[in-house]
Design a protein around this ligand. Structure first.
Ligand code: GLA
Length: 413
């Protein structure tokens, strides 16, 4: 079942309700977006500020209280899993092997974490879901988790904690129940996103600012190039190794007397050069990780100024530089992701391109002048299947709009 618009999604949800034999007449529909990070990629667990937008690939979930203490959920993306049914408070233990490959683990995890955090659920719901977010790079799991949390809180009449607490809860579901070592970037960029705006997060005071793109900016598109590869969970990816490496360097630097608590604390050239000189012989790979974060953080502020000034060319140039740092210093990209980048980089009007999100596999992204979007897509359609025939019928190019992260529809079913 392929859906693009809200109307198509509502139609699909009605069909799914019939298929699952669930009565969802009059149900609410919550739509949660995907996200596109403009910086600092891999900065969230290193303490940097973050900037990104919500993008129009979504999960739609129709939900309604069912008057029992049982959850009944059916996903149009995983029909073979059937209707997932469980009693609230009675879910498999965190990280259980038997649920490691099921989408239902997110629903179990939401029940588990909310109960543990003093928000026990007692009222069950029926729900059907459909989504069009590609896996790997656009935060499908964060979108699903946020959607589930907000919906079960609503059904249970629990006062919704403020959105930053919802973000924390969603991260806990992934960290503690699923076992994914993700940071908070995905959840923040989806939970707070507003149509037409960039979302700026400052970890120092956990604040959110909305930053419109400056007047006079050239019309541009956000392109997501799904390589068709499947990325395993972050816990099974290079991601986990990179997180550990960054923590290791911070530990070593502290022991050597440098006063830092995370890599983002390294903000001036003198300190950067000192730490580099101290460690480059023994642990050059850790210094390379620091090198990426240091320079990406510097570029971040330049990128923010360019965004505010409507200078989308500079935003694109920085996006490209970040991509080269992620490829060569952070070493978190993957061969298919780089094929996509190499292809679109040859197209005039493509302002910048790089891998997205967790890394290794999944999707790459590009900032493209509107007039060049078609040419960029054509370049991918010609070159990608030639270079990566194994993914010739699996890859996809998405041209995205900037949208609200969370939206509730009533009276549509
Ligand atoms: C994944 C994680 C995020 C973030 C990004 C990289 O999407 O879930 O927390 O670390 O990778 O920026």
């Amino acid at each position: 079942m392929k859906v693009t618009t809200d109307e198509q999604a509502f139609g699909a949800l009605k069909k799914l309700a019939l298929e699952a034999n669930l009565d969802l007449t009059g149900a609410k529909v919550r739509r949660s977006s995907s996200r596109f990070c403009l910086g600092v990629e891999h900065g969230d667990y290193n303490g940097t500020e973050l900037f990104g937008v919500g993008t129009d690939r979504f999960i739609w979930m129709a939900y309604k209280p069912n008057g029992t203490n049982t959850m009944r959920l059916y996903s149009g993306n995983f029909p073979d899993d059937g209707v997932v049914k469980f009693e609230l408070g009675n879910v498999p233990a965190p990280r259980s092997a038997e649920i490691a490959d099921t989408w239902a683990r997110f629903a179990y995890g939401v029940d588990y974490v909310l109960r543990r955090e003093g928000l026990p659920l007692t009222k069950g719901m029926d729900a059907v879901l459909i989504g069009n977010i590609p896996g790997g790079g656009m935060s499908r799991s964060a979108s699903l988790t946020l959607n589930l949390i907000l919906s079960v809180l609503d059904v249970n009449g629990l006062a919704a904690p403020d959105m930053m607490e919802v973000v924390d809860l969603a991260q806990k579901v992934e960290n503690d129940y699923i076992g994914s070592p993700c940071g908070k970037l995905d959840q923040i960029m989806i939970a707070f996103s507003k149509a037409g705006m960039g979302t700026h997060y400052k970890p120092a005071d956990r604040s959110i600012d909305y930053v419109p793109l400056g007047a006079g900016a050239k019309d541009f598109r956000i392109m997501v190039m799904d390589t068709g590869t499947v990325r395993p969970g972050l816990e099974k990816s290079t991601y986990k190794v990179r997180r550990a490496e960054c923590e290791e360097l911070v530990q070593k630097a502290k022991q050597a007397g440098f006063e830092i608590t995370c890599l983002a604390d390294i903000r001036d050239d003198a300190l950067f050069e000192k730490i580099k000189a101290y460690f480059v012989k023994d642990v050059p790979h850790l210094v390379a990780r620091m090198d990426y974060i240091y320079h990406a953080q510097k570029r971040f502020y330049e990128m923010m100024d360019a965004w505010k000034a409507g200078d989308i060319e500079t935003v694109g140039r920085i996006f490209r530089q970040d991509g080269i740092g992620l490829r060569d210093d952070y070493v978190i990209s993957g061969p298919e992701l780089e094929t996509m980048c190499d292809i679109v980089r040859t197209v005039p009007g493509v302002l910048g391109e790089r891998m997205l999100g967790g890394g290794d596999k999944g999707a790459a992204g590009a900032l493209v002048l509107a007039d060049s979007a078609e040419a960029a897509k054509q370049a991918v359609d010609i070159a990608y299947p030639r270079s990566r025939p194994a993914f010739a019928d699996k890859y996809a190019v998405h041209t995205c709009k900037v949208v609200d992260g969370i939206k509730l529809f009533e009276n549509v079913l």
